[in-house]
Design a binder for this molecule. Structure first.
Ligand code: CUA
Length: 155
């Protein structure tokens, strides 16, 4: 953004003047080459998986969350604070939406529970408490009752 801003400022300052000199041509070549190299380096760097995400995935806790009309089946109901939790979300009947809200009712994340698919969401709970598992997709007459809880505890 900074480079782009500087380029715009240079273009605006030189607008209306005809200062095409060998010096400007050389600068432009260096600028274009520099931006190309920076673009390639940034693209390659952003494709490399970060070490912390690999290590945190190794110690992550898995929760299998299955949606049914109209309840959630969770194979764990208690997780520790500060540990990555991977929710494997799927459904045995219709499409549901798994949403997790904190003890104050703020929605933290959500994903769809779709027949034939397992959607994975990773989340790290930073505070202990009782978190609600909600259904975020209308799935029938008792959709509003489709709630469950998980407890986040200090080890
Ligand atoms: Cu399940 Cu709405």
């Amino acid at each position: 953004m900074t480079v782009l801003t500087l380029v715009f400022v240079a273009v605006i300052q030189s607008a209306g003047t005809s200062r095409v000199t060998p010096f400007n041509e050389t600068n432009r070549k260096y600028l274009i080459r520099g931006m190309l190299i920076a673009g390639v380096v940034i693209a390659l760097a952003s494709l490399i998986p970060w070490p912390h995400s690999v290590s945190s995935a190794n110690k992550a806790i898995q929760i299998n969350a299955t949606g049914y009309q109209w309840y959630w089946e969770l194979d764990k109901e208690e997780v520790p604070v500060g540990t990555p939790v991977i929710f494997n979300v799927h459904t045995k009947d219709v499409t549901h939406g798994l949403g997790v809200s904190d003890p104050k009712g703020n929605l933290l994340f959500q994903t769809q529970a779709m027949p034939g698919y397992v959607n994975r969401v990773k989340y790290v709970f930073s505070k202990p408490g009782t978190y609600k598992i909600l259904c975020m997709e209308y799935c029938g007459v008792a959709h509003h009752d489709m709630m469950s809880e998980i407890k986040v505890v200090r080890k």
